[in-house]
Write a protein that binds this ligand. Sequence first.
Ligand code: SF4
Ligand code: SF4
Length: 421
Amino acid sequence: MIKYDRSNIKNIIDETNEKVVLLGAGNISGLTFKILTDLGVVVDYLCENDERRRNISNIREVKDYEGFKNLKVISYEELKNLGIKVNIFLSNQYIKYLLPKLEEDKFQNIFFSTELLKHMNLDEIYKGGLHPLKIKRIVDYYCEMTKKMDYLKSNHLSLKTLDVQITERCSLKCKDCSNLMQYYTKPQNAEMEDLFLSLDKIMSVIDSIDEFRVLGGDPFMNKEMYKVINKLDAYNSGARIAIYTNGQIIPKGENLECLRKKNVILEISNYGNISRNHDKIVKLCEDEKIAYSTFKLEKWDDCGRIMPFSNKSEKELKHLFSNCCNSDLISLLDGNLYRCPFSANGTHLGAIPKNPDDTVNLLNKDLSKEELKKEIFNLYFNKDYLTACSYCNGRDYSSKHVPVAAQTREVMNFVKVNKIN
Ligand code: SF4
Ligand code: SF4
């Protein structure tokens, strides 16, 4: 990994006299492109190995930087043809999978985008639509990912995010909800005592955490949401607390009060007319000086369906998992930790066989602290795929799209399973 800073990156690149390639084509690549271009560095290519994603118009997150959309997208084989001295910016979140591959192929000039992204002026740099606080979180997430390899080597248990699901109840019933709320016949709020005990257990063994994501369903359906926020805040971990809502329920009382905390940010998904109180909630946040970000979604990925068991090969499962943008969303549900929300809710519903290797039972009194830490570490760092991946469409840039927040009246059906395949 080449060390650099903003002041010397142009010289370093110029001295190599080699092409510059951005690996990945999402927000981090867009930002990297913009900053490099501003610093006078010419970017030559984007590299994307998945053929389905190579058509730039299929890449969802690309923003409208002058020149970015016109960059030629090359395959990994074409990247190899550029020689081992080509300058590669590893500007996407799949670092754990890509860095070993680049090293194995003996590439010499590999850069993280981290130094470029530090201290950027968010308001100025990203006029393409995303809210500055949202961009900051995307950047923080990427920067945490760049450290994951070091954490792995040093046995450091640092979570980027923890999904804390506080209810299965929602003010909407989206047919394609990726958290699978549409499958719950009798949705419940989380049981507070178990939730708090689980959180205490996690916090007693992890070394650090960047962000708690409080979600449901709609967290505001749980009138005791504020208790969870106060609990998370009381850990003084420095982690951000992001609360996800769909723009339906205007917070009030103690659920409003807790939003004023320094580390809390309200993340409002804007589904157009369906998010009927979106504008009122935004105004409330503005008036009350509550940190928020809002994002209008134009399309959803088709990843909210429990599929019949598919007999995918190990290679296919590994591919699905390593390309899935949800595979690092460690999720807490009903006293258990899972690797992603699909695995959590699918297992909790009984639609996916419970695989003890894919779960950490936080309420197991027999586990010592060391054993618990080891289990969480393995779940977070040592998985190649999950049992749940055999029941899931996966979620990557090649996912098909479905309409945003299409509603259903009926609870969706699934086949109950009770054994490990
Ligand atoms: S608003 Fe829709 S997508 Fe969001 S949690 Fe509720 S059902 Fe799921
Ligand atoms: S089950 Fe596998 S493919 Fe589906 S969201 Fe989770 S990690 Fe991704």
